[in-house]
Each structure stands twice: as structure tokens, then as C-alpha cells.
Design a protein around this ligand. Structure first.
Ligand code: URA
Length: 434
């Protein structure tokens, strides 16, 4: 295969064969194909797209570029969920223990975050002592014992994706549906789950700004998963405003705990219940209504919280923090952001809120940057709320960057529209792809 011919074929709108796609991925990972040719092919895919078969082949080639996991030591069905990423999204911390509390195993591998807040692993590391670098044997033993374990993604998982993602990031080829779908599913398929529920976000805080694009991405990923023999389901959900009221690692763990106690924000509770119920349906636990009722029961009776505490203890963390969140270290500096005038919050730019939390130290701008676990934002007012001039809209926290507080406050205010009329309620779960 000449890489030149493959680029030209896709540039001219042709279909790539399985061999051409495999040769491209293998050659790029082995260093035989230079960045400039890989970038040219990504751009050709960006403009010309890929059909379902090509996208599936690309996904499988990415999956097979590294280690694929086999958890033969875990008994029973395993399901996972994946979110395409959103501001304040801490649903994994709520959903995984709820599902495990209802007898379905969750053996979760999560990446570290790059961007506004950490990933699930970074959030859990806000709990002192919590270990995310378990051996395969420890991981399987904890999943069997508690129903749930969450670890960092192995370095050897889908290495082609790491290289390609870094290249796409600097060549304006990230937002291509076949490239996003194969990147996400290449990693997901390398982990040995029976079913996957996808939460595809749409709106100002998401990759997919329009609902149509989100739906197309969801359909593409569901199709890839099915072709690979997995049970699949996707929800399209609103990310025009942050999910819940907390943005930032320990603040988000605390909000997840409150939600598992049954007193979390409505939107976060609604989405967590829906995702958990869909995972149970995939695991064959019954129809959606019965699964939803079971999830709500385990929210109300504290079973989900108990499983979270058990997992935290099994992974080396202090479980008392789960029952008493006041034990989480407080940030040394805080600033109240006040409404400049009276009115109703008509809209927010979720991405702007994410940037404000990044400025405070809650996320990473480069992959090796340290995260400040106590940094973040607590929203006291949200879209649809009335505010008086001078009233506190949000509280900003940082333990490491007091000098960043005023820039973060400016960013937050610039991302908050205060107008005269209450906006119509937005639906949180916009569509389901089964
Ligand atoms: N998340 C991924 O893992 N890959 C993409 O391409 C986009 C979002």
C-alpha cells in the first residue's frame, strides 16, 4: 500500500478497504507513516466522511493497536457507560454504584481529563488514599467483591488513538463524526464489557453543538458497538448548561454523594437514574420502567451510597469521607461572584463556566499539569432563576491560584446572560438511540 494512494482515494470520495485502514493505523503507530500523511488522511476523512463499514474497520484497527482486556476472572455480565464529556458531569460516580448495587458488575476504566475539570479518575483521587493504579488481579477481585471498581486507563490501551487524537487536535480535524466515533469506540471496545450506554452531549458545553450532529454521532457509535457484538444504547442529552451545581473535582464528588443520598440537583438525579436504568436494561434486568423503579429505590434506601463507600475503602480511600463530606479539604481562597443587575438568568455558556473552573486550577491545559482537587465553582443560581443586583450567583474556590479568582469571576459573568424573561424549560434527555 502506498499512503499517497490511500489519501488520494479518500480525497476523491472513495471507500477505503479494511486492508488500507489497517495498514494506515499499523504503519502510523509503528512510525512508518509520517504525521503529514496521517494529517492529510484525517483531513480527507473530515471532508469526505466514512460509511458505517469503514468507520467500524477504523474503530477495530484502533482497538487492536494495543492491548485488549479480558476479565475472565469477573463473574457475570459487565456494563459500562461513557459520556462524550460535559461541564459538571459527575454521573459515573452516581450511576456505577447504583448499577452495582442492583447486581450488575461495573469494571470501569476512565481516562484522566484534559480541559475544564478532571476525568472520573481525577475526581476520585480527590479522596485521600484512593488508588486508581490497581493490578488486573486486584481490579477483578474488587469488582467481584463490591460489584464495582474504577481505575485509570492503561497506557497500552488503543495507542493509535493517543497518537491520532494529538494530531487531530493540532490539525483542526477533531470534530469529524467518523473520527470521534472510532476514537471513543476504539477505546471502549478494548475493554471487555458486554454492554455500553453512551451519553452523547449536545449544546454549548459539548463537542456536538447541534442535536442533529449528536444524534448522528450516537447512531454511528451504537452501530459500531453492535457490529462488534456489544449490547448498545445511547442517550442524547442537553449540555447547554452545566450538569448540577458543582464544577471541580472534590466539589463534584461531594455533589455525587449528595445525589446518592437522594438530595442532589434534579437534573443530575434525572440523568443518573436514566443512565443507570438503561445499563440495567442492557444487562437483562427487566424493562425500562422496572429498572428505573429499582434505581430510585436504591437512591432512597442508601444502597448506592453504601456501594460507593465500599469501593472507596477497597481502593485504599477513606470511606468516612463518603459519609461525612465535610472531611474533604476546603480550598483556602474563595470569591463570591455577584449579579451586576437584577433579572432572570436566561442562558449560560457552559463552556465558559468550564473555562472559569480551569483558570482556578480544577482542570489541565496540558496533559502533565497537576490538578487542584479543591478548586472549582459552586453555582447558587442557574438558568431560569431570578437574581437581585449584588446577589451571589456562584462561589469560586481555589487552593493554589488566588491570583486567578478575578479572571475566573470575569469569565463566569461574561458567560451568564441576565435578561428580563424566564426562558422556556429545556428537556434534559432529548432522544434515545436503542
Ligand atoms: N473524545 C474522544 O475520546 N475522542 C474524540 O475524538 C473526541 C472526544
Amino acid at each position: 500500500m502506498r499512503m499517497y494512494d490511500v489519501i488520494k482515494k479518500k480525497r476523491d470520495g472513495g471507500r477505503l478497504s479494511r486492508e488500507e485502514i489497517r495498514d494506515f493505523i499499523d504503519g502510523y503507530v509503528a512510525g512508518r507513516i509520517p504525521d503529514y500523511q496521517a494529517a492529510a488522511l484525517c483531513m480527507a476523512i473530515y471532508f469526505r466522511g466514512m460509511d458505517a463499514e469503514e468507520t467500524t474497520e477504523l474503530t477495530l484497527a484502533i482497538r487492536d493497536s494495543g492491548e485488549t482486556l479480558h476479565f475472565d476472572g469477573i463473574d457475570g455480565l459487565r456494563v459500562d457507560k461513557h459520556s462524550t464529556g460535559g461541564v459538571g458531569d459527575k454521573t459515573s460516580l452516581i450511576v456505577a454504584p447504583l448499577v452495582a448495587s442492583l447486581g450488575v458488575k461495573v469494571a470501569k476504566m476512565s481516562g484522566r481529563g484534559l480541559g475544564h475539570t478532571g476525568g472520573t479518575v481525577d475526581k476520585l483521587e480527590a479522596i485521600r488514599g484512593f488508588r486508581t493504579d490497581l493490578s488486573v488481579e486486584e481490579f477483578q477481585e474488587i469488582v467481584n467483591r463490591t460489584g464495582l471498581a474504577i481505575v485509570g486507563q492503561s497506557r497500552d490501551l488503543a495507542p493509535a488513538d493517543k497518537l491520532l487524537y494529538a494530531l487531530r487536535d493540532v490539525t483542526a480535524t477533531v470534530d469529524s463524526i467518523p473520527l470521534i466515533a472510532s476514537s471513543i469506540m476504539g477505546k471502549k471496545l478494548a475493554a471487555d464489557d458486554d454492554g455500553i450506554v453512551l451519553d452523547v452531549k449536545t449544546g454549548s458545553g459539548a463537542f456536538m453543538k447541534s442535536q442533529e450532529e449528536a444524534l448522528e454521532l450516537a447512531r454511528t457509535m451504537v452501530e459500531i458497538g453492535r457490529r462488534a457484538g456489544k449490547r448498545m444504547c445511547a442517550l442524547i442529552t442537553d449540555m447547554d448548561k452545566p450538569l448540577g451545581c458543582a464544577i471541580g473535582n472534590s466539589l463534584e464528588v461531594i455533589e455525587a454523594i449528595e445525589t446518592l443520598r437522594g438530595c442532589g440537583p434534579d437534573d443530575l438525579t434525572q440523568l443518573s437514574v436514566a443512565l443507570a436504568a438503561r445499563m440495567l436494561v442492557l444487562a437483562g434486568k427487566g424493562n425500562y420502567e422496572d429498572c428505573e423503579a429499582a434505581v430510585r429505590e436504591n437512591l432512597a434506601n442508601g444502597e448506592g451510597l453504601r456501594v460507593l463507600a465500599e469501593m472507596v475503602r477497597a481502593q485504599g480511600g477513606d470511606e468516612r469521607w463518603i459519609y461525612d463530606p465535610s472531611l474533604f479539604p476546603q480550598a483556602r481562597w474563595l470569591e463570591r461572584v455577584r449579579a451586576p443587575h437584577s433579572g432572570v438568568i436566561t442562558a449560560v455558556d457552559a463552556e465558559g463556566y468550564g473555562t472559569a473552573s480551569l483558570i482556578l486550577g480544577a482542570g489541565r491545559s496540558t496533559k502533565d499539569e497537576a490538578i487542584d482537587p479543591a478548586a472549582g465553582i459552586r453555582l447558587l443560581k442557574r438558568v431560569g432563576d431570578t437574581v437581585e443586583s449584588g446577589e451571589t450567583v456562584a462561589i469560586l474556590y481555589t487552593d493554589t491560584r488566588p491570583w486567578a479568582l478575578s479572571a475566573a469571576a470575569r469569565k463566569l459573568l461574561a458567560s451568564t446572560l441576565i435578561g428580563g424573561e424566564k426562558p422556556p424549560e429545556r428537556t434534559l434527555i432529548l432522544a434515545v438511540v436503542e
